[in-house]
Design a protein around this ligand. Structure first.
Ligand code: SAH
Length: 295
């Protein structure tokens, strides 16, 4: 899957105004919008609209029309993330990351593991999910909270699903917290391969199965489910679209952990899941992203 963003540069006040304008125009589509500071000294900010698939001039033109009155001189640029580059992350040189009791680290940082840590050792790989991103860290913390809040674990209510597993980090986290079976899936075969390598590396092959699947299009889900816990760190729009499938594969009383959602999209996502009878329990906020627990 390739992804891209259209963006323009402005100052801090302009970024806020630009975000408001775009939010009003694109709120029904669930396209992620962000602002970020590019140069603190010069006060330069970027306002971006992220979109899946191949770049589309229609989207650029719509953004241009939306901001034309207030930003007549703005240039709208395109950044394409390519086939898998947007998730490409190497662990080499990355520092270990703590989230709750989890420590995610590369083999070169094995010494950083303390006695009570739940350690996850990842090989340098091409899949997203090293713990450095706020959404991964948020999910790690939430998985710990949810699985510990039920001392019997989700065992009684079925297995765990990690949808969009990337490096496999969240599946490995769940497997560390209880003797649960985990299905880890990804749309990207490269990610599935990396996840499988990491599962082997962490000696969890008996617990975690890695499968390539788009959304819920595989018999692996009915074979392994229904699930007592479904974790999905993807993006708001696909998550909203998959709400009915998530409901269908969730065991009665099961929990859902969602991330990859910008704070501004939280209500839309909650509404989509409320429509399926799945209700908000708790939200964690990190760097503009939210991780949500529902059941
Ligand atoms: N779970 C990891 C990775 C999150 S990145 C973490 O929390 O760090 C999101 C992953 O979801 C990517 O690997 C991407 O390939 C995958 N993905 C995106 N859309 C998907 C879909 N419709 N079905 C399954 N996987 C998807």
């Amino acid at each position: 899957m390739s992804d891209h963003r259209y963006y323009f540069r402005t100052d801090e006040a302009g970024a806020q105004r630009g975000l408001d304008l775009l939010d009003a125009a694109f709120e029904d589509e669930g396209l992620p919008l962000t602002t970020m500071e590019i140069d603190e000294d010069a006060g330069i900010w970027e306002v971006s609209v992220y979109a899946p698939g191949e770049p589309d001039e229609t989207l650029r033109n719509r953004i241009a029309a939306c901001i034309a009155d207030e930003f007549p001189d703005a240039t709208i640029d395109l950044e394409a993330f390519g086939e898998t580059d947007w998730i490409a992350k190497s662990l080499e040189g990355l520092k270990p990351v703590r989230a709750g009791r989890f420590l995610v680290h590369g083999s070169h940082d094995r010494d950083a593991v303390r006695p009570n840590d739940l350690a996850i050792e990842l090989e340098a790989g091409q899949a997203f999910g090293t713990g450095h991103h706020g959404t991964t860290a948020g999910c790690l913390e939430m998985i710990e909270m949810v699985m510990r809040a039920r001392p019997e674990g989700p065992r009684g209510t079925g297995a765990v699903l990690d949808l969009g597993t990337g490096s496999g980090v969240l599946a490995l986290a769940a497997a560390q917290l209880g003797p649960v079976r985990v299905l880890a899936t990804d749309i990207d075969p490269v990610a599935t391969r990396v996840a499988r390598e990491n599962v082997r590396h962490n000696h969890r092959t008996a617990q975690i199965r890695c499968v390539t699947a788009t959304g819920f299009h595989s018999t692996a889900f009915s074979d392994a489910g229904p699930f007592g816990l479904i974790i999905a760190n993807i993006l708001a729009r696909p998550l909203m679209r998959m709400a009915p499938d998530i409901k269908r594969n969730l065991a009665p009383g099961g929990s859902v952990i969602l991330s990859g959602i910008l704070a501004s999209q939280r209500w839309q996502v909650l509404a989509a899941f409320r429509g399926q009878g799945i209700r908000h329990v708790k939200t964690l906020w990190r760097n503009g992203w939210v991780t949500i627990h529902l059941n």
